[in-house]
Design a protein around this ligand. Structure first.
Ligand code: ARG
Length: 471
């Protein structure tokens, strides 16, 4: 029997029941569904719609349902359309006519919106926590990297030397922005829709505030039509997850390159590599490739939810049931990728010598030479042209840029050949990059404390949210 069998004659076509059910993917909402029901029961009691005894009876029945679901002894029936139907059916089996009062003043439309917001709030806090952990892992790897340097790249061509720590912390900044975005989005998800009913509230004297408070929501809905139809919070979480996935993918791609023999900048711990079924010598970075590949999931899910939403008239439409299929798997996959990458980066070994060798071509300091000329009064565009010509000369004579400059130190205004030579030491070049945000040691240290502040802010936000979540 369905919840609404009173209205329609006969049974359901078998294929109709199978087609419309959402139980396969919304059964994982059972914890939040029960949280919502507990809060609703409290609200019904506060409104005088349930007696004190009935409130106790329903809370006990909901606790029993929780035990059954937790212990995997809950028996789902084919007629259970979704998790809400299953729970209400079981509560009614347990406490009869009192159970039949559970859905008073509530629709599955405000119920599912509540469930999803509760789920989203927790999932957001978990994902943000993992993202902040990964950022912290990157900072720790940066600390271990000390003064190691490598070529910085543009267009994947060697450009200028940078500290490895600066490079690793660059990735950490993108993750801290992901955490910012997640917290920001969580604020908009933190609104209780319970009390909006099917679409237009209820004529019964239910106060949405009571349930909202029970559930630890920061606010209640302002418009019942909006409350049941809004899935912005799903799209927002998926966007945050998709962009985070993109960041992880870029890191994965870079590390795939860096672990290749061609780069040889780092080596993965054996625990994070795979072998080949045929090639005995192989040590493959499959984990990183999967991080890169799986980033497609949240991107696809984001497109999926936006496509579901774009044609919907107000207010609730059954299309909305499709939201979970996009949300759950995509968020879980980003969470997995963040966590595995944390483990991998915690155990990675960087090859300082290979990186320094790759950054040893003096031509990477061509800009330093141009800026040296600028300090002597040469306009930059002119200096750029002069250095470009010297680079071409060095190339055609098969000499290093430093050698040609040393030969013409007088013409270029150096006080000695030794002074010209000093300009080409990568360590000296790095030490000179002292503007805020640059890769020199001092600004790198300053940025570190800014990042630490952000990490601390994120952690305290997560703690504050955890305090508000229902036990
Ligand atoms: N299973 C539905 C969903 O998840 C519940 C709401 C159904 N509402 C309705 N009016 N048919 O969205």
């Amino acid at each position: 029997m369905t919840l609404w069998s009173g209205r329609l004659g006969g049974g359901l076509a078998d294929e109709m029941a199978a087609f419309t059910t959402s139980l396969s993917f919304d059964r994982q909402l059972w914890r939040v569904d029960l949280e919502g029901s507990r809060a609703h029961v409290t609200g019904l009691g506060a409104a005088g719609l349930l007696s004190g005894a009935e409130v106790l009876e329903l809370h006990a029945a909901l606790a029993e349902v929780a035990r059954e679901l937790d212990g995997d002894t809950f028996e789902f029936l084919v007629t259970d359309e979704d998790i809400h139907t299953a729970v209400e059916r079981r509560v009614t089996e347990l406490v009869g006519s009192t159970g039949a009062k559970l859905h008073t003043g509530r629709s599955r439309n405000d119920q599912i919106a509540t469930d999803l917001r509760l789920w989203t709030r927790r999932a957001t806090a978990m994902l943000a926590g993992a993202v902040v952990d990964l950022a912290t892992t990157l900072h720790e790897a940066a600390d271990r990297a000390a003064d190691a340097y490598l070529p910085g790249y543009t267009h994947l061509q060697r450009a200028q030397p940078v500290l490895l720590s600066h490079h690793l912390r660059a990735h950490a900044w993108s993750l801290l922005r992901d955490a910012d975005r997640l917290f920001d989005a969580a604020g908009r998800a933190d609104v209780s829709p319970l009390g909006a009913g099917a679409l237009a509230g209820s004529s019964l004297p239910l106060d949405p505030e009571v349930a909202a408070r029970e559930l630890g929501f920061a606010a209640t809905f302002h418009n019942s039509l909006d409350a049941v139809s809004d899935r912005d919070f799903v799209a927002e979480l998926l966007f945050c997850a998709a962009l985070c996935g993109v960041h992880l993918s870029r890191m994965g791609e870079e590390l795939v390159l860096w672990t290749s023999a061609e780069f040889g900048f780092c080596e993965l711990d054996d625990r994070f590599t795979t072998g080949s079924s045929m090639l005995p010598q192989k040590k493959n970075p499959d984990v990183l490739e999967l991080v890169r590949g799986r980033s497609g999931r949240p991107i696809a899910a984001l497109m999926g939810i936006l496509t579901v939403l774009k044609g919907l008239p107000l207010s609730y439409d059954r299309d909305l049931q499709e939201d979970r299929g996009h949300l759950f798997g995509a968020v879980a996959s980003v969470q997995d990728s963040v966590e595995v990458l944390s483990g991998l980066l915690g155990a990675i070994q960087f090859n300082r010598k290979r990186m320094a060798d790759a950054a040893s071509d003096p031509v990477l300091l061509a800009t330093d030479l141009a800026e040296w000329l600028v300090r002597g009064g040469v306009p930059f565009r002119l200096a750029h042209g002069m250095v470009a010509r010297i680079v071409r000369e060095a190339e055609s004579r098969h000499l290093g840029l430093d050698q040609v400059v040393r030969q013409s130190w007088r013409r270029l205004g150096f006080s000695s050949a030794a002074e010209a030579e000093r300009l080409f030491r990568p360590e000296r070049s790095l030490a000179q990059r002292e503007q805020p945000g640059s890769p020199g040691p001092k600004p790198t240290a300053a940025a570190l404390s800014a990042a630490a502040e952000r990490v601390a802010a994120h952690r305290s936000w997560a703690r504050a949210l955890a305090r508000r979540l229902p036990a």
